[in-house]
Write a protein that binds this ligand. Structure first.
Ligand SMILES: [Zn+2]
Length: 70
């Protein structure tokens, strides 16, 4: 399962990959702060999301539901 770590402040993707990284590693990669907004990164792994592969990227096709609208 791929792991994606986002900045809590700006949503910048700090890490994305199939290897699990510890919060400490990600902290070290960016010297403890977000490269985009400069927010100090937390070592608490609450922002780490584990995403399902592929299938979830597309939602249902909502456009078809409007056909019968009066
Ligand atoms: Zn940020």
């Amino acid at each position: 399962m791929p792991q994606q770590v986002l900045c809590d402040e700006c949503g910048e993707v700090l890490y994305q990959g199939s290897d699990l990284k510890s919060p400490e590693e990600i902290h070290l990669m960016y010297n403890g702060k977000c490269p985009k907004c400069g927010r100090k990164l937390s070592l608490i792994p609450q922002k780490i999301k584990v995403l399902p592969v592929g299938s979830a990227s597309r939602g249902y096709d909502g456009s078809k539901l409007n056909v019968n609208k009066r």
